[in-house]
Design a protein around this ligand. Structure first.
Ligand code: PRP
Length: 176
């Protein structure tokens, strides 16, 4: 795909406003209970960095995972594995998984299954963008920044061929 232009979808100011609101929602949900926040690399890195700094909670631990998806067939036949697993144990903890985007839901389905088997107190999901229309797995996004029907988006962590992650706002890629 050759990129013709990038069309603004969520401005830096709008994102900042949503991140602050999500931080307040998360604080209200957990109160003073300790929380382990898990970033799904690479896309969620920018959102994660802003979101954890929007929390006023006294006890927050941070960890990171990276997932790989294999398979040449349909999306539903993909195999997902950890290319980097967590370093902290989620056992007995409230866990918040932070994603940039939940699309078909396969990535999050795999991660939630893996996490649930490690006996956490609870697992919830925060996503900058909930792309609900393409869902193939039932995933509830507990804290969603924005809901998006369609469009290929980049910026604020999201890439196209590893480009555009550093843009401070989110744009739709318009192909030539
Ligand atoms: C993207 C995104 C999610 C996943 C969502 O990751 O960050 O992890 O795809 O898609 P799904 O709901 O259809 O499973 P990607 O594999 O592009 O890696 P990246 O985060 O390193 O860009």
């Amino acid at each position: 795909m050759n990129v013709k232009e990038l069309k603004l979808v969520y401005s830096q100011e709008r994102i900042q406003g949503r991140v602050a609101a999500l931080g307040a929602e998360i604080d209200a949900c957990y109160g003073d209970a300790p929380l382990l926040v898990v970033c799904v690399l690479k896309g969620a890195s920018i959102f994660f960095a802003d979101l954890v700094r929007a929390l006023k909670k006294p006890a927050v631990e941070l960890d990171f995972v990276r997932l790989s998806s294999y398979g040449t067939g349909a999306v539903s036949t993909r195999t997902i594995t950890f290319s980097k697993d967590m370093e902290l144990s989620p056992e007995g903890k409230h866990v918040l998984v932070v994603e940039d985007i939940v699309d078909t839901g396969h990535t999050m389905h795999f991660l939630l299954q893996q996490l649930s088997a490690r006996r956490p107190l609870s697992v919830r999901v925060a996503a900058l963008v909930d792309k609900y229309a393409r869902r193939e797995r039932h995933i509830v996004t507990d804290f969603a920044g924005f809901s998006l029907q369609d469009g290929f988006i980049v910026g604020y962590g999201l890439d196209y061929a590893e480009q555009y992650r550093n843009l401070p706002a989110v744009y739709e890629v318009i192909p030539e």
